[in-house]
Design a protein around this ligand. Structure first.
Ligand code: ZN
Length: 257
């Protein structure tokens, strides 16, 4: 079990009240963004959806009444939702696995426990995004779809996009069946005896590179939710008892505290 204090310099660990969350330097450098990755509770449970606005307020330092949140119902497909207008509802809930917006004070949320959260920011068009990627979405082309939607709906160029691949189950622990392993090129599957382990992060990174994102603009956290920090939630490890962790990103207007 690694402690997060041993982490590399691009990951910033913060604790406020009972909350523990990570921030990533490659996104933190953009002043127009607030983002974070909120870990589970100390007692090993996850986070209730109804608490999400409050938690984001604590982690982002922005009062709850100043923002709206999009909490998608994640369906492991390739549905990318684009938010280009000011939203009226306080909490927006729609089916989708990836989110993009150019709107100020609209926080995008993705909930994960082993799946890969991908943060996106374009400092030129000033859009932000988040995707939730498991093996199904990865094989179905969600990475390509996110890049296409950022081009079509927001005129972003792939070469301007900055991505962070957050904590997810690593190839150290992601055991998959033989019938699933054959769907991936063998360079993404680590064979140990008769067992197969998937390097989902590597596969997804390559998909983004193929879609035109620059290698130097992709940061891979390399954190494993199965064997890493105790407050990571892992569906593989804890099954139904596993909670969820919250990835969030939003644009902020003016100069928030
Ligand atoms: Zn691991």
């Amino acid at each position: 079990m690694k402690s997060i204090s041993e982490l590399k310099e691009n990951i910033i660990v913060e604790e406020k009240k009972e909350l523990k969350y990570l921030k990533f330097s490659p996104l933190e450098k953009f002043g127009f963004i607030r983002h974070g990755f909120i870990l589970g509770e100390k007692d090993g449970t996850g986070i209730n959806s109804s608490d999400i606005p409050e938690l984001i307020s604590i982690a982002s330092g922005i009062p709850e009444e100043k923002f709206r949140v999009v909490i998608p119902k994640q369906v492991h497909q390739v549905q990318v939702l684009s938010f280009k207008e000011k939203m009226q509802e306080k909490i927006i809930q729609m089916e989708g696995d990836a989110l993009l917006t150019d709107q100020d004070n609209l926080f995008l949320i993705i909930q994960v426990a082993d799946c890969l959260p991908v943060f996106l920011a374009d400092p030129v068009t000033e859009i932000v995004g988040l995707a939730h990627i498991g093996w199904r979405g990865a094989l179905s082309g969600i990475a390509e779809e996110v890049i296409q939607k950022s081009k079509i709906n927001f005129k972003s160029k792939p070469a301007d996009l900055n991505l962070v691949l957050g904590p997810s189950i690593g190839k150290c622990c992601y055991k998959i069946s033989g019938s699933l392993a054959v769907l991936f090129d063998e360079k993404y599957v680590d064979k140990r005896g008769t067992k197969n382990y998937l390097d989902l992060g590597h596969f997804v990174k390559d998909e983004f590179l193929k879609a035109g994102v620059k290698e130097e603009n992709i940061f891979v956290s390399g954190e494993c939710t199965f064997c890493g920090d105790q407050r990571y939630q892992s569906y593989r490890k804890d099954k139904e008892k596993a909670g969820r962790m919250i990835a969030f990103i939003g644009k902020v207007m003016g100069k928030p505290g």
